[in-house]
Ligand binder design. Structure first.
Ligand code: FAD
Length: 485
């Protein structure tokens, strides 16, 4: 193993392998360390249409298509008293945008162990030095700047006798270590958990489920129940992934009263007539898995010598399946920013600000849409108005649904990366601040004295400090980087 590298990437999930591949394709020396040996299990199976242009950009789209994952053309919502479909596809704007992203009207439902392995193998084929079964144990800093990593063999590699720690130095670090969040949890202490989405997820895999007869081909089913909602995701290997999201407090209260997770999961399925019907001939073939408190953001996404990408920076909520989109999108932004820094085209501070603001804007806008969906008794129009208020493009009333689709399919973020940011971040943070004042907050006078309001406002603090990023935007041609308007 080399003792130095230009760029060290921690983590071989979608964020890490995308960023590493893009940088290697630009000719940089990139080492990626992943503590597991792939394939390894991961949740996050439903991919937005915006992932496909990025797969194309890293040169892996055809391999993903050839693998045979379930094509996903959107989703179908049974939400409160309403039912509606969300079909990917842009019917009112050109199909190619920026400097050449092609637009796709489908995403995939993937088995993540296969998908992530495919991306990691592809990274190797593009020149990334991928080290699996290797855990970054700690980082060594020069002031605020991480300079080297201490690593050691993990898992099976460690059991085979190799436990000795070694050091690798680097010029830049991309922390794509997912929820572990090496930089933010261990060094920056900057992870903030959401006040609003304190949820718990319980999910399992079924065989023999019926096919959903409504909505777009291969669509995700989203179905609200009294205390939360379900996802239903058809996978290419015949399994059906069914996950229940509940508020942590109500779920844990029922657990305290003696109900098991399995009981709560099956009871909730019985509440949902669509799922009960789909699962009638099916059998749950795995034990349930549970995760909680997964909605958080880091106060900072970037700093001297480092970028936080994907879940290492923030995670929103499973509702609109935005995780892999934000992972690959932030990887694209980080790789573009870093390429320009390494070629001395843009100074590090400026490139960092482009990264921070562009990524944060995407996160905030999706957060607002998810938040508005959670007010489930709002009518359809209010979700669409929400999308409209936060989109940069003017739309006529009949195009509102399309605006919602563009935001919720991630395409709007890709467009933004190729335009200079203007008022959108301000608009998003102002709307976010309002959004997170609940009725109780607003009734307490003055709201500014209310601790909860303060906490929520704090959450958006760094997004509200608007900085001038001097007309920089992402280009992919003739090479990946930042260009100036
Ligand atoms: C309940 C639930 C449902 C979800 N459903 C969806 C969905 O339907 N669609 C969707 O798009 N997203 C979904 N997500 C989100 C999705 O799982 C994540 O957003 C996505 O996996 C993030 O990718 P990543 O590359 O940032 O991190 P990961 O995919 O988590 O990759 C991080 C990698 O870093 C490695 N690592 C960690 N620490 C170290 C270390 N010290 N040294 C070396 N390696 C290290 C880990 O082993 C891991 O492989 C869901 C999340 C939850 C909680």
């Amino acid at each position: 193993m080399d003792q130095s590298t230009q760029v060290l990437v921690i983590g071989g999930g979608p964020a890490g392998s995308t960023a590493a591949t893009l940088l290697a394709r630009e000719g940089f020396d990139v080492t990626l360390m992943e503590k597991e040996v792939f394939p390894r299990y991961h949740i996050g199976e439903s991919l937005l249409a915006s992932c496909v242009p990025i797969l194309e950009l890293i040169g892996v789209r055809e391999k993903v298509e050839a693998y045979g994952f379930q094509v996903k053309r959107g989703g179908y919502f049974y939400w409160g008293n309403e039912e509606w479909d969300l079909a990917f596809g842009n019917k009112f704007q050109e199909r190619t945008f920026g400097d050449g992203f092609a637009e796709y009207d489908y995403g995939f439902q993937v088995v993540r162990e296969n998908f992530d392995q495919l991306l990691l193998e592809h990274a190797k084929s593009q020149g990334v030095k991928v080290r699996e079964g290797v855990e970054v144990k700690r980082l060594i800093f020069d002031g605020d700047r991480p300079r080297s990593a201490i690593w050691s063999p993990a898992g099976q590699n460690a059991q085979n006798g190799g436990t000795q720690e070694q050091e690798i130095s680097f010029d830049f670090l991309i922390d794509a270590s997912g929820r572990a969040g090496v930089m933010t949890t261990r060094y920056l202490h900057a992870r903030r958990h959401h006040q609003s989405f304190k949820n718990i997820a319980a999910w399992g895999y079924w065989r023999g489920a019926k096919k959903l007869s409504v909505g777009p081909e291969g669509g995700i089913l989203i179905c609200s129940v009294a205390d939360g909602w379900f996802w239903g995701i058809p996978l290419h290997d015949g399994r059906y992934s069914v996950g229940l999201i509940n508020h942590r407090d109500t779920f844990n209260a029922k657990r305290k009263e003696g109900a098991s997770t399995d009981q709560l999961y099956h009871e909730a399925i019985r509440e949902c007539s669509v799922l009960t019907d789909l699962l009638a001939p099916a059998e749950l073939v795995t034990p349930l898995r549970v995760e909680q408190d997964y909605s958080y953001t880091s106060e900072r996404f970037v700093g001297p010598g480092y970028f936080l990408a994907g879940d290492a920076a923030c995670f929103l909520d499973p509702l609109l399946s935005t995780g892999v989109h934000l992972a690959t999108y932030s990887a694209l932004l980080a790789a573009a920013s870093l390429s320009s820094i390494l070629r001395s085209e843009v100074d590090e501070k400026e490139a960092g600000e482009v990264y921070e603001q562009t990524y944060r804007q995407a996160y905030l806008r999706l957060l607002l849409i998810v938040a508005s969906l959670y007010r489930r008794y709002d009518g359809q129009d209010s979700y669409f108005w929400q999308a409209q208020r936060l989109t940069l493009h003017d739309c006529s009333a009949e195009d509102l649904k399309q605006a919602f689709i563009n935001v919720a399919s991630g395409i709007e973020d890709l467009r933004d990366s190729q335009a200079t940011l203007d008022f959108a971040l301000d608009a998003a943070s102002q709307a976010a601040t309002k959004e997170f004042r609940t009725k109780e907050d607003l009734n307490s006078t003055p709201p500014e004295d209310n601790e909860l309001v303060q906490a929520r406002m704090q959450f958006f603090h760094s997004a509200m400090m608007r900085r001038d990023i001097r007309g920089l935007y992402v280009v992919t041609k003739p090479q990946l980087g930042l260009a100036r308007q």
